[in-house]
Design a protein. Sequence first.
Length: 149
Amino acid sequence: MQAILITFHVLACLALIFIVLLQTGRGAEIGAVFGGSSQTLFGSTGGTTFLGKLTTLAAVVFMLTCLGLTYLSGQVHTKSVMDKAPVKEQPLLPEAKPVPPVPVPVTVESQPVAPPTTQGQEAAPPATQRQEKGPQPPPLSGAQGNPNQ
């Protein structure tokens, strides 16, 4: 239905454009450059021409198709392309299978072993203790370092 209405709408648009372009404009002669003509300047036009009646008909068809398309576009569409798609029934999750237990290796020592020390060498201090800081840089001298000057 909507496709047929759109087709008539486009045809009415094109007809309206071509019919209006075919007509001569009123007052196009501008009174035959103020000389004289069979019609007065912007005055009585005489009888209605065939192109005038076609213009009216094309305008009426154009307006009716505009109203029809507006009405059809405002309706709620309940149909969907996905309604026709086949539905596959699948479980959401695959069936769970039990996992066999893995044997855990047993270790005898539970604390880290320190490397053996030889005579005359001391063991290295643990990594968690901080060593003394290195030499400190000398304090700044002059106006920058001392705020009392």
